[in-house]
Design a protein. Structure first.
Length: 438
């Protein structure tokens, strides 16, 4: 029993020794860091949400503008009539040298509505949808009186939508995806298969050796992407079992290079390591919190050491990949400037920037969705005015006094007006029959 306990103690001591900073790197030592980096690569493949609803909002506003033109007088619509040989609609012109900003801003919408109505089939479709068809002048004016406040409000809402859309130009899914992919693979690659040694070197401050790329006691790391970190933390070294030490994952791609003079084999090894990463099963759009959590999870594993801080396994001298030195990413912390590099890792900053943009995009999308819903409601209200006008006219008929109920003075005035009209009509007919009316 005592012998068995002694053997167990030796095993425990051996395990503890392998976990103490400074001990030689062994299989699986950097596996946690590898999994963290794989998670970022998985996030880079996830869908990115997009700001939507702007086109839908534009459709609702066009419908409102078409109804506005359809109800407006021909005199007002003449100013948008096509002119010249090109049959183009006139551009906005200031009146008497004075700019009318509201008129200038809405001119394109008015001419656009005229274009839509010109192509409309069947003709009068917009009025019919609104229940107006061909209203008489009085009904049209009643309609316009109720329509104008709605049109003004719709213009204000559409202006807010357009302003929001312009300010959101940097929040497109393509620009956010670019930030995440740049963090994962570098600016020159859209995926892991496009990674090239020359690009990693040029995008890593011109580093051409492993120590320059991954850092050493004399200089901080220049690695700026997740792909470069995979190499620094996982690639083997020709001096240790011909580069077959699986420091990150079982059966990882051997890297039988010293890379003390160049970075030969870097791209092949990175692709091999990435192929060992797990596949993210979810197809849900990536979220700001996921990106921030990925950063926090990895950066929390930074190991402190006087004058230098590192990720991975470090023994002595630097991150050359050799067991006797270190399979790591190291940053100098002996000066304020050097220490800042450890907190401003390029791929980390890109992910945090992407997270901020995603968060802003989400807020912008919610605002645009609310404004679009408001515009949709205004469009419905505008196209239902006809029912209100008809109801108002019916009520007016019911409440209008009958002949017997009218005051005597009013009836007398109406009779006199009627006689005057008849006299005028008779005189007109007489002059049409003969030059002089007798």
């Amino acid at each position: 029993m005592a012998i068995k306990s002694l053997l167990n103690l030796k095993v425990v001591l051996l395990i503890l020794k392998s976990q103490v900073p400074g001990a030689l790197a062994a299989a699986g030592d950097n596996e946690q860091l590898f999994l963290d980096l794989c998670h970022v690569l998985a996030l880079a493949k996830r869908p990115i949400p997009e700001i939507s609803g702007v086109l839908e909002a534009g459709g609702f506003y066009k419908q409102i503008q078409k109804l506005n033109s359809s109800l407006s007088s021909l005199e007002w619509r003449k100013q948008f009539a096509k002119t010249g040989d090109s049959k183009a609609r006139p551009a906005y012109k200031s009146g008497n040298g004075k700019e009318d900003e509201v008129r200038k801003q809405r001119w394109q919408n008015w001419t656009g509505a005229e274009d839509e109505l010109e192509e409309e089939q069947p003709k009068g479709k917009t009025l019919k949808e609104a229940g107006a068809e061909v209203p008489d002048t009085r009904t049209r004016l009643l309609w316009l009186a109720q329509f104008q406040p709605i049109a003004e409000k719709a213009a204000t809402v559409m202006q807010a939508i357009e302003h929001k859309q312009q300010s959101a130009s940097e929040l497109s899914k393509d620009k956010i995806r670019k930030l995440i992919k740049d963090a994962a693979y570098g600016a020159s690659a859209g995926n892991v298969d496009e990674i090239k040694q020359a690009n990693i070197e040029s995008e890593s401050g011109g580093a051409t050796t492993r120590s320059a790329l991954c850092g050493s006691d004399t200089g901080g790391a220049k690695a700026g992407t997740v792909a470069a970190y995979l190499f620094c933390l996982c690639a083997g070294h020709s001096g240790d079992s011909s580069g077959t030490v699986a420091v990150c994952v079982k059966d990882q791609t051997p890297h039988n290079q010293a890379n003390s003079a160049d970075l030969t084999g870097l791209d092949t090894t990175i692709k091999g390591l990435a192929s060992k990463c797990y596949t993210d099963a979810t197809e849900d759009p990536v979220t700001p919190s996921e990106l921030r959590q990925a950063v926090t999870t990895f950066t929390s594993k930074l190991q402190p050491k006087p004058g230098k801080a590192y990720y991975g396994k470090y023994t002595d001298t630097g991150c050359s990949g050799a067991n006797a030195q270190g399979i790591c990413v190291m940053y100098k912390t002996d000066t304020t400037g050097n220490a800042a590099a450890a907190k401003n890792i390029p791929w980390v900053q890109s992910l945090l920037s992407a997270a901020d943009k995603l968060e802003t995009q989400q807020a912008t999308r919610q605002t645009l969705e609310a404004l679009t819903a408001e515009l949709k409601a205004l469009k419905s209200e505008a196209y239902n005015i006809g029912q209100q006008v008809k109801l108002s006219q019916e009520i007016h008929k019911l409440t209008e006094p009958t002949e017997d109920e009218k005051p005597k003075g009013q009836k007398k005035q109406e009779q006199q007006a009627k006689l005057q009209c008849e006299t005028i009509n008779k005189a007109t007919e007489c002059r049409q029959k003969q030059p002089t009316c007798e």
